[in-house]
Design a binder for this molecule. Sequence first.
Ligand code: ZN
Length: 245
Amino acid sequence: MRYAIISDIHANLEALEVVLADVTERKPDGVVCLGDFVGYGPDPVACVERMRGVLQAAVMGNHDLAAVETEDALAAKFNPLAYEAILWTRQQLTGAVRGFLAELPQRVRPDGLLCVHASVRDPIEEYILDVETARASFGAAEFSICLVGHTHIPTVFEEAGTSVIGEPLLPDRPLLLRPDRRYIINAGSVGQPRDGDPRAAYLWLDLGAHRATLVRLEYPIARTQEKMMTAGLPPMLAERLAYGR
Ligand code: ZN
């Protein structure tokens, strides 16, 4: 089975369309989204509607939750720019899109893969940025391959016996998945990369070939930035798209 693993779209329709064009050409058996459909970007409704047409499975991200939960619950959790963007996002949502986001599960297991937005022990909020945090997630459930997003940094954590190592996942270096090891793979971000590479990222997972490959694609960043400025979203959020930070 071959899967396209898409994460952290963040309402960036230009990046999403480029990714979906590439995905469609490869004819996957399934498309899975690891959450954060919305937040930061200018096209929350269009991105959710576009994804609903192609998804096999999806989980909820922290921005998806923030877009639908009560307003006093979210003020404490976000920095001022993210907060401003999520307030804007909440005003854009249609009833159907709000309902879709509110009903997303926190974890799904298509084909035995464990899919969460953030981490195994805290599917909504925890950032897996180091080996110790990854180790806690390896211990929190039974799985061979767990797919996460949330940090926007493509990374692989590999458990072999009692050792866990973490490494950046690079587009020119497919990861060979060994059956005697366990993996937590971060698929990076479609709509707001933060690893210094501004190109949209997604993960191509070929279970038959035991291979996970990060795909990076250029998209018209200036178009998304223009839309963000027109919408009145914080300029800093638009600027950072050009740097991938
Ligand atoms: Zn995110």
